[in-house]
Design a protein around this ligand. Structure first.
Ligand code: NAD
Length: 326
C-alpha cells in the first residue's frame, strides 16, 4: 500500500455493496483494505483487485476485537458494511445475527475510536422504520422494529450516536433502502428479490411474489449508494455529521411493476422471457406493506443527487446479470 494516500477500511468488502465500494474507491486512487470472513461474501467479488498494489485483504471476523484493531491500523476512514443481512435469517437465528450486527459493530466502533479514524460511516437500514406507517419516511420518525434484524440495525444507530457524543468519533449512518445492482448474490435461501427474480426469469422459471404484489419499496441502485458513501466520507459540513440519512431514490415501485420492468428488459435478450408466468404466494412475516424515503435531508446536508431511478438501474443490473451469469 502507498503511504502517501488516504486509506479506507471497508468491512464486508467481499459482499455486494462492499465490493462495489472497493472498486469505486480503488478507481479513485485510495488505498482500500477489506476485513471480511466470507460468511456471505465471495472471493470472486474481490478477485479483480488482487493485483492492485493499493488493495489489501484481511480475512477476519468483526466479532473478534483483535481482528478489528488490526484492520483499523493506519486507516483514515471506515466504511462499515459487514453484517448478516436478511429479515428471515434473523428470525431463524437471532443470536448469530445479534453477535455479528451488534457485538461486531461495537467492536468496530471501539477499534475505530482507539485508532482515531477520521470518520466512521456505516450501513444502517430502512428496517429501522419498523411498523411506522407514515410515508414518506423521514429520519426522525421511526416505529417499532418488526424483526431481530431491524433491532440490530437500530441499536447500531444508538451506539454510533453515543460514540459521537462520548468519544468525539465522527459517525454517519446510511439507512439503505432495498439496494440492488451488479454483484448482488442471486443464490441462497436469503437472496434479495431482484437478483432472485432475474435469475429465475433467465431460466424461464416462474418467480413467486409474496402476496398480491401491491407491496412497494424504494428500490435503490448501487451507484446511488456509492455516491452517498462518498459524500458521507468526504463532507466538510460539520452540521452533516453524527446523524443518519435515508439512502434511497425517493420513488416507490410495487412488486408487480418491478417484475414487469424485469421482464421487459430481459425480453430484449430473450423474447420468451416476456411470456414467463408470475405466481403469487402468501405474505411474509416481518414485511411492511410500503416503504418510500424522503431524501431531502441527504440533498440539503450532503448535496446528494441520485443518478439512477429504478428503470435506469434495473436496465444496467439486467445487462450485468445477462453478461456475467447467463
Ligand atoms: P452482503 O451479505 O453481500 O455483504 C455483507 C458482507 O459482510 C459479506 O461479504 C460477509 O461475508 C461480511 N460479513 C458478514 N459477517 C461478517 C463477520 N462476522 N466478520 C466480517 N465480515 C462479515 O450484504 P450487502 O447487501 O452488501 O449489505 C451490506 C450492508 O448493508 C449490511 O450491513 C446490510 O445490513 C446493509 N443493508 C443492505 C441492504 C440491501 O438492500 N442490500 C439494505 C439495508 C442495509
Amino acid at each position: 500500500m502507498n503511504n502517501n494516500i488516504k486509506t479506507i477500511l471497508i468491512t464486508g468488502g467481499a459482499g455486494f455493496i462492499g465490493s462495489n465500494l472497493c472498486e469505486h474507491f480503488l478507481n479513485k486512487g485510495f488505498n482500500v483494505r477489506v476485513l471480511d470472513n466470507f460468511a456471505t461474501g465471495h472471493r470472486h467479488n474481490i478477485a479483480p483487485f488482487n493485483n492492485n498494489h493499493n488493495f489489501q485483504l484481511l480475512e477476519g471476523d468483526i466479532r473478534n476485537l483483535k481482528n478489528c484493531h488490526q484492520a483499523v491500523e493506519g486507516v483514515d476512514y471506515v466504511l462499515h458494511q459487514a453484517a448478516l443481512g436478511s429479515v428471515p435469517r434473523s428470525i431463524n437465528d437471532p443470536i448469530t445475527t445479534n453477535d455479528v450486527n451488534v457485538s461486531g459493530f461495537l467492536n468496530m466502533l471501539v477499534a475505530s475510536r482507539d485508532a482515531k479514524v477520521k470518520r466512521f460511516v456505516y450501513a444502517a437500514s430502512s428496517s429501522t422504520y419498523g411498523d411506522s406507517e407514515s410515508l414518506p419516511k423521514v429520519e426522525d420518525v421511526i416505529g417499532k422494529p418488526l424483526s431481530p434484524y431491524a433491532i440490530t440495525k437500530y441499536v447500531n444507530e444508538l451506539y454510533a450516536d453515543i460514540f459521537s457524543k462520548t468519544y468525539g468519533l465522527e459517525t454517519i449512518g446510511l439507512r439503505y433502502f432495498n439496494v440492488f445492482g451488479r454483484k448482488q448474490d442471486p443464490t441462497g435461501a436469503y437472496a434479495a428479490v431482484i437478483p432472485k427474480f432475474v435469475i429465475q426469469l433467465m431460466k424461464h422459471e416462474s418467480p413467486v411474489i409474496n402476496g398480491t404484489g401491491d407491496y412497494s419499496r424504494d428500490f435503490t441502485y448501487i451507484d446511488n449508494v456509492i455516491q452517498m458513501n462518498e459524500l458521507a466520507m468526504t463532507t466538510s459540513n460539520q452540521k452533516a455529521l453524527n446523524t443518519v440519512y435515508n439512502t434511497a431514490v425517493g420513488d416507490r415501485t410495487n412488486l408487480n411493476e418491478l417484475l414487469n420492468y424485469l421482464k421487459e428488459f430481459l425480453a430484449e435478450y430473450d423474447a420468451n422471457i416476456g411470456n414467463v408466468e408470475i405466481i403469487h404466494g402468501p405474505n411474509r412475516a416481518g414485511d411492511i406493506p410500503h416503504s418510500l424515503a424522503s431524501i431531502n435531508k441527504a440533498k440539503i446536508l450532503l448535496g446528494y443527487k441520485p443518478t439512477h431511478k429504478i428503470r435506469e438501474g434495473l436496465r444496467e443490473a439486467v445487462s450485468w446479470y445477462w453478461s456475467n451469469l447467463k
